[in-house]
Design a protein around this ligand. Structure first.
Ligand code: 3PG
Length: 400
């Protein structure tokens, strides 16, 4: 791969695809700082130091979700990490964005708006299709070098990730660090315990199936919204509020696949057996479904059982928290699991924006976590042996 050491960036218009997708407070819509900001800031600062005119591309959330937001707040947080001005441009590839790019001076940095504002920023089958998308057609003439720093989106065959493949593709410092660390764990010690939580069951279900099919995991501990989907598949009920949530977020569409996972891998896929839900603003626990309120965490018994399995692991991969850990009452599951990982002898790999933030909050000695990736699903897809389109363009890169 070509790295930041290999080229002269002085005076060049350098597009840097970062992943500034951060947790967002659902009530205030305030973007929370995340280690991703500090991670990508290193690359952007170095490019600026080298005299590049830096254009940062990034996304936040997915259209239709509460956390799908403009990147104005991100620019404010990001510039604190970069240590110099990062100007937010409220446009992706129209005349406002183009003029901002053309007026950049060496060392200056701009952050364009959420690339997912564009309807054609979506998954395609081929890189050629991505090359035809609006952002590439409009901005490619203004780009000298494309730095792909976001390993965490490299599993997405999307225009802002792989559409600039005809340019000289450079691995940013974050991408370089991820690939170098992952090369060291290509043959994990067994048993491999996979903790799969978080809020994107639509991704989790496929990835877990892939992992188990290839014999790469010995146990999967399901939790978070994904755990709720698995529990619904197993018990046929959750309670009105949690069932409504699964329906509203379309997670319910993945119920047949969740059921298939349970029948294909009995004894390997663990499903929560007790739950913590919210009633009158307080944590209540129950091992009987349906629950009277929205399920926000795994119950204490499940957390204990999962901790026990983790204590016997050779390798633990964790992707996604066990519950709404941002609220103290619902942090128990995530805290217990992270505590078990911290205290186990297993080599551990952690990924996912929320997981990384939870580690920052709850893990006392971060050195006890083998490797903390800024990626979530990309990490898991990579570990399951998939070829990631973003990694492919970085590895195939030639100086143009
Ligand atoms: C992530 O948070 O894992 C990345 O930013 C990718 O986000 P996506 O799953 O919405 O593509």
């Amino acid at each position: 791969m070509i790295t930041l050491d290999d080229l002269d960036f002085n005076g060049k218009a350098v597009f840097a695809r970062a992943d500034l997708n951060c947790p967002v407070d659902k009530t205030t819509l305030k973007v929370q700082d995340s280690p991703r900001m500090a991670g990508h800031a290193k690359t952007v600062r170095e490019l600026s130091d080298k005299g590049a005119k830096v254009v940062v591309l990034a996304h936040q959330g997915r259209k239709g979700d509460y956390d799908f937001l403009p990147l104005a707040q991100h620019a404010v947080i990001f510039q604190k990490h970069v240590g110099r001005q990062v100007k937010f441009v409220p446009d992706v590839c129209g005349s406002v964005a183009k003029n901002a790019i053309k007026s950049l001076k060496p060392g200056e940095i701009i952050l364009l708006d959420n690339v997912r504002n564009l309807d054609d920023e979506k998954n395609y089958k081929t890189i050629a299709e991505c090359e035809n998308a609006t952002i590439v057609k409009e901005l490619s003439p203004l780009c000298d070098i494309f730095v792909l720093d976001a390993f965490s989106v490299s599993h997405r065959p999307q225009p802002s990730v792989v559409g600039f493949a005809a340019k000289t593709i450079v691995a940013g410092r974050e991408m370089q660090a991820e690939l170098e660390a992952l090369a060291r764990v290509s043959n994990p010690k067994r048993p491999l315990v996979f903790v799969m939580g978080g809020t994107k069951p639509e991704d989790s279900v496929g990835i877990l199936n892939d992992f188990l099919e290839k014999g790469k995991a010995d146990f999967a501990l399901t939790c978070g919204v994904f755990g709720n989907l698995m529990a619904y598949a197993k018990y046929g009920k959750l309670g009105a509020e949690s069932e409504k949530f699964l329906a509203e977020t379309n997670a319910i569409g993945h119920l047949p696949k969740a059921k298939e996972l349970l029948s294909k891998y009995p004894g390997k896929v663990m499903v929560p057996g007790d739950f913590a839900y919210e009633l009158g603003g307080k944590r209540k626990e129950s091992s009987v479904l349906p629950c009277d309120g929205a399920i926000m965490d795994i119950g204490a018994k499940t957390a204990g059982a999962y901790a026990e399995i983790i204590s016997g692991a050779g390798t633990v991969v964790i992707n996604g928290p066990a519950g709404v850990y941002e609220k103290d009452e619902f942090a128990l599951g995530t805290k217990t699991i992270l505590g078990a990982i911290e205290n186990s002898k297993a080599y551990s790999l952690a990924g996912g924006g929320h997981t990384v933030s939870a580690i920052a909050k709850f893990v006392h000695d971060r050195k006890k976590i083998g490797y903390i990736s800024l990626a979530g699903k990309a990490l898991i897809a990579y570990l399951s042996g998939e070829e990631l389109p973003g990694v492919k363009i970085v590895m195939d890169a030639r100086i143009q």
